[in-house]
Design a protein around this ligand. Sequence first.
Ligand code: C5P
Length: 398
Amino acid sequence: MILKGKHIVLGISGGIAAYKSATLLRLLVKGGAEVQVVMTPSGKEFITPVTLSALSGKPVVSEFFTANTGEWHSHVDLGLWADLMVIAPATASTLGKMANGIADNMLITTYLSAKEHVMVAPSMDLDMFASPSTQRNLALLKADGVEIIEPKSGELASHLVGKGRMEEPEEIVRRIEAFFSRCESLGGKKVLVTAGPTYENIDPVRFIGNYSSGKMGFALAGELARRGAEVTLVAGPCSLPTPPGKVSRIDVVSAKDMLSACEAHFDDCDAAILSAAVADYRPEVCAESKIKREKEGDMEMRLVRNPDIASTLGKRKGNRLLVGFALETDNEVENALGKMERKNLDMIVLNSLKDPEAGFNKDTNKITIIRRDGEQMSFPSKSKQEVAGDIVDCMFRQ
Ligand code: C5P
């Protein structure tokens, strides 16, 4: 009954597989979902709006205005209403418009206004599917966070045999149900996430910092919130937008500020993921006004040790789950294991600086997860969003 009461926008574009959209719609409605159908003009050539409005119990939307009444259909309201948007079938043209923001019909404007998850089930002839243009558009959509329900191989409407058949409605429903159960899987859990660099001030205009972008930590916060967790995101200086969902963000500058924010929220949490690149040292004194350059000679600055947030939380973690990161250049696994032990972590995520696809300010990461029980899992290079999914899966797996 996971579909009960869920608001789903079903987008239908002009492909022969549109006849299967009626079955998909029927299954969703039977499962208890409220479904609003949005069609492209050519979608209506393949299946009639009358069939779909009868099955959904709602008038189908396909034009910006109803011709005789002048009533305006708000794609913005639809985008806000939807808990999920599924476009099945998604033609090459619709995928191309989505990837490039070409908002010339109601389906694309609704997609651009959708706040929640979007899935597409492509359907087209094998050569169209394999064409570099379609593949480029799918890669762009994937990078934008759209879930692609891969087409199947088999006989196509053209009688050619190859990859391009839309996935069957029953399987699309299974993917939709999996999405909603993922959304609720961490309901009631509270997780603290640290992200980004810390800046240690030298004077009002200078600091010691590092190149951490915060992308990994923000992706983790986003993934946790997508699964229904309440997230406290303690962020060092970075200009990333706060992920949607139940994420309360606390902006900090220095390691000491980050520690205070973490200490204030840790006890209330079930788990913490420490992905921030915390400066190990800070200037002993921060000058009140800008330090002037001497006429000649060098300058010396004494640095003092910063608190280790992971170790501090590790000492009082109780049965909370504590996850750290390790960015290593050599003896990677050995060093990571040592860190896990010293800081009392339950899990450590290792990324090697030797790897060109891992590390600071990249959109991809290549990780090995090491658990307290010694289990090691190495993953191929993936987007930071997918990496976040692997880390969260591993933390909360039964
Ligand atoms: O010892 P190292 O800095 O390599 O450890 C990395 C892990 O420890 C990361 O999870 C990082 O967020 C955390 N850390 C911390 N406080 C510090 C230094 C590192 O929480 N002062």
